[in-house]
Write a protein that binds this ligand. Structure first.
Ligand code: ATP
Ligand code: MG
Length: 562
């Protein structure tokens, strides 16, 4: 390994570095990311992607994308496409794209070989009997009455299983290992089950499908994977992974399975099954709803791939399960946008403001002025833009109070405030509708305060954003709260969906945006001054999603912890 390359140290890179030094696989490093195409990728998968692709990258190796497509009931081509797209969006390029189904024939041949050697047998028991016969912890299993049938008989039945002669669930192929092994995974695990169902790639060619355990390690070996990195729930499967590989004739050293802790967050779930249920029950608009923790949902919401990658790398890779604060991830998102997002003005809940002393031009129309405003004070190279200002404006409803409560320093009758970058104004009166609601605030502006600074140096306590009515563009803005109100969804009742927040989204219509926002590109994220970061919907140009607010709640949480 080149010492100049900075490899973030964690137990996985230590293992890989050690293998390189010992010359296992002649120093080669090859990993794979193996999603099952039965749903969209979520933020937990991002962690696996960063570990799988990142580890290969750090050591000059390669990483394959392998679709683990061994359950035809739940798998679909649309999921294959979304997964490939999400990986590319995250910034990774697989050296090759493979499918476990590419190996069905080889797996079958190997299975026949194990049967011939007495290492696998066809079991005619049904699922219930098999599972009862497995025993439990501290309770040995019971051997199947078919366990000692002749290899020739198993072979013949296995061929007929393949030929589609039997109904689903009537027979399985099992490895013949040890029915009283202390690790349940080794009590004659199932290798094949009968499924008379079409597969999204192999069609009706197969009536039997390999299990995860039989397909996974063998697929790793076929591809030449050196380090097969997965999450901790597969730890107990490792002896089985090794058992299968040790009974095959391989030309090179078998791959090595390494497990790490899943990435989980507060206020959300990272389980495809639960996310699929949210979609099926129409609790969200779809897999890519901006509230979903899917990569496509987070992308719609305005999460940059860079922030997700940085978080996954910097949070560390360990073997201890824990739930991370969602605020920590948001803090990474905010950091990227603070550096890069353009600043704009937008009024979400508009209240009309009329400047009574605003001049009219020679034709009797209200005068228009333009103020030069920095696009991003953090990046002077992003330049400035001109923002139009006139005598009828929009301000936020919450920036005006007819009767100001204590410590309220924004606009109220008789009070002077700054309209950001424009003028100082003083409220002089209001118009109300029949119900007594304020519909228009009247104010006067100080012509000597152009740019927002008074000629005599007097100070005001508050600066407010605004949008000129004649130049505004209308848009809808989606505001979000947590999708799940509980920190650990499901902890209370065992069912995460019981903690779903019924008011996780509020859509504001008729928001007033400064003219430059008409040019915002689909997917672009901008900062609405004082309000947060907002992403233009990729499909609906006049819809903005609030990505995150401006306040760093993570920093506040850290401070409170002392
Ligand atoms: P789910 O439980 O959501 O269905 P899964 O593990 O069944 O997830 P796969 O498509 O099999 O989903 O996962 C592909 C890879 O991503 C596996 O290696 C798996 O270990 C990893 N992975 C899945 N969820 C997480 C997570 N929350 N954190 C880290 N890695 C994950
Ligand atoms: Mg899985």
């Amino acid at each position: 390994m080149n010492d100049a390359v900075a490899v973030p140290s964690n137990f996985i890179s230590d293992i890989v570095a050690d293998d390189i030094e010992r010359g296992t696989w002649s120093g080669r490093v090859q990993t794979r990311f193996p999603p099952e195409p039965n749903g969209y990728l979520h933020i937990g998968h991002a962690k696996a992607i960063v570990v799988d692709f990142g580890t290969a990258e750090d050591f000059g190796g390669t990483c394959f994308l392998r679709f683990d497509d061994t359950n035809p009931e739940t798998e679909e081509e649309t999921f294959v496409d979304s997964i490939a797209g999400d990986i590319a969006w995250l910034g990774y390029q697989p050296a090759e794209v493979r499918h476990a189904s590419d190996y069905f024939e080889q797996l079958y041949t190997w299975a026949e070989d194990l049967i011939a050697r007495g290492l696998a047998y066809v079991d005619d028991q049904d699922g219930e009997a098999i599972s009862a016969g497995r025993g439990g912890y501290g309770k040995p299993g019971v051997e199947s009455p078919f366990r000692n049938r002749e290899p020739a008989e198993s072979l013949e039945l296995f061929r007929r299983m393949r030929a589609g002669e039997f109904a689903d669930g009537t027979r399985v192929l099992r490895a013949r290992i040890d029915m009283s092994h202390e690790n349940m995974q080794l009590r004659d695990p199932i290798m094949y089950r009968i499924r008379n169902i079409a597969h999204h790639r192999t069609g009706t060619e197969w009536a039997i499908y390999p299990t995860y355990d039989w397909a996974h390690g063998q697929s790793d070996a076929i591809e030449g994977v050196t380090h097969s990195i997965c999450t901790l729930e597969f730890e107990s499967h490792r002896p089985l992974y090794e058992w299968f590989l040790s009974h095959l004739e391989l030309e090179t050293a078998p791959p090595r399975q390494i497990e790490f802790a899943r990435l989980e967050f507060t206020h959300t779930v990272t389980s495809k099954r639960r996310l699929a249920k949210l979609v099926a029950d129409q609790r969200v608009d779809g897999w890519d709803d901006a509230r979903m923790p899917t990569l496509s949902g987070l992308r719609r919401r305005g999460y940059p791939a860079l922030a997700i990658r940085n978080f996954c790398r910097e949070v560390g890779t360990t073997r201890t399960n824990s739930r991370h604060s969602i605020e920590a991830l948001e803090s990474y998102v905010r950091k990227v946008h603070n550096a890069l997002a353009q600043r704009r003005m937008a009024v979400l809940r508009p209240l009309r403001l009329v400047l009574d002393n605003w001049p009219v031009d020679a034709d009797g129309n209200p005068a228009v002025e333009h103020f030069e405003v920095a696009n991003n004070p953090e990046r002077p190279e992003d330049g400035t833009r001109l923002v139009a200002f006139s005598g009828t404006l929009w301000i936020e409803q919450e920036d005006f109070a007819e009767v100001p409560p204590p410590k309220y320093f924004r606009l109220s009758p008789g009070r002077e405030v700054r309209l950001r970058g424009a003028y100082l104004i003083t409220a002089v009166g209001v118009d109300k509708d029949a119900d007594g609601n304020v519909v228009t605030v009247h104010a006067t502006y100080d012509p000597e305060s152009k740019g927002g600074t008074a000629a005599d140096g007097r100070k005001v306590k508050s600066t407010m954003h605004w949008v000129s009515d004649a130049h505004a563009v209308d848009a809808n803005v989606a505001l979000y709260q947590r999708l799940f109100s509980a920190e650990a969804p499901g902890e209370r009742t065992g069912e995460a969906l019981d903690d779903l927040n019924p008011t996780s989204r509020e859509i504001l219509t008729g928001c007033k945006l400064e003219a430059a926002l008409a040019q915002a590109a689909p997917g672009e994220v901008v900062q609405f001054e004082r309000l947060g970061y907002f992403a233009v919907d990729p499909d609906e140009p006049a819809l903005f999603h609030r990505t995150v607010g401006l306040r760093d709640e993570w920093a506040a949480i850290q401070k409170r912890k002392g």
